[in-house]
Write a protein that binds this ligand. Structure first.
Ligand SMILES: Nc1ncnc2c1ncn2[C@@H]1O[C@H](COP(=O)(O)OP(=O)(O)O)[C@@H](O)[C@H]1O
Ligand SMILES: [Mg+2]
Length: 279
């Protein structure tokens, strides 16, 4: 078995994805639907856009609607700012006519239901699902990723379904659409951080993570209200406006969730207990 440490990260600043925090996310228009990805549940599609880039398109008309797209932006861009590699996220304008020649009825219906603004991730050609048993992660990377997923309630990073790609020998995070699940049943009074359980039992990184205290102190201090505002500003207004339950809160609803989660860190103690029991 080949064992190789990945995700050390030190001295690789030149390879880190660019963060463009002042101009927002780039916008492109889809010009060609290439093929569906059938690994996960939401049927994303590979598309070409008018900048000639290839993107993995996550459709607004898919099962979880725009909330999943909001979670992709908030958690993906937060992860990027905490030093993880995340493919560039763009906003993709889609003309539903693009699906007219598509023979697969399921795909055609998805395209028809997704006119307007969708979410795209830069396509990483030749990447494949990361398997930590084949290439062991560094303890630091494993601990950080476990902490991030617990903070953001990302239930979609198990060893069965890693949503982590290996590309150019580095770890890249994808698929944050199932995180921040509180927003599907949003209610203004429902914010004690302890209400939201995170089950780490099947997490991809649980067997490789070290003690959480240092990572919790460091990353927790970096998730400031200013950083969250910067990330939340990237979410298109029209996606936030689709849920009347958010009322006028919009971005503030997410900011309040994070403030509550960071103020009451019993989830870190639970996570540490799960980790220590596993080792
Ligand atoms: N940026 C990307 N580059 C290359 N392949 C990707 C990228 N994003 C997703 N994929 C592939 O598409 C699959 C489905 O994408 P994902 O975001 O996980 O959607 P789902 O919600 O369907 O699980 C992934 O498991 C992966 O194989
Ligand atoms: Mg997935």
């Amino acid at each position: 078995m080949v064992r190789q440490w990945v995700g050390g990260g030190v001295g690789r600043a030149a390879m880190m994805p660019r963060v463009n925090s002042t101009n927002g996310l780039r916008r492109v228009a889809a010009t060609r639907y290439v093929t569906p990805f059938r690994e996960g549940g939401s049927l994303p599609g590979l598309v070409e856009a008018d900048d000639l880039g290839m993107y993995v398109l996550k459709f607004r008309g898919a099962g979880q609607g725009v909330k999943a797209l909001i979670a992709e932006i908030v958690v993906g861009e937060l992860a990027r700012r905490l030093g993880f590699r995340v493919p560039e996220i763009v906003l993709v304008e889609l003309d539903p006519e693009l699906g007219r020649a598509e023979p697969d009825q399921e795909v055609q219906e998805l395209l028809k239901a997704s006119g307007g603004l969708n979410l795209g991730l830069d396509y990483l050609p030749g990447s494949f699902d990361y398997n930590p048993v084949v290439r062991e992660p560094s303890t630091e990377t494993a601990t950080r990723l476990l902490w991030l997923d617990a903070l953001t309630l990302n239930v979609d990073r198990s060893w069965r379904n890693p949503n982590t790609l290996l590309w150019h020998r580095e770890l890249w995070l994808i698929d944050h659409g199932a995180s921040l699940y509180f927003h599907h049943s949003w209610h203004p009074d429902r914010f004690p951080a302890t209400t939201y359980r995170f089950d780490a039992a099947d997490h991809l990184m649980l067997p490789f993570a070290g003690p959480l205290a240092d990572v919790d102190a460091e990353l927790g201090a970096r998730v400031t209200p200013a950083l969250l505002d910067e990330v939340l500003a990237l979410v298109p207004d029209e996606w936030l406006a689709q849920d009347e339950a958010f009322g006028t809160e919009g971005r503030a609803a997410y900011a309040r969730f994070f403030a509550s989660r960071l103020a009451q860190r019993s989830w870190v103690a639970d996570l540490e207990a799960a980790r220590a029991a596993r080792v």
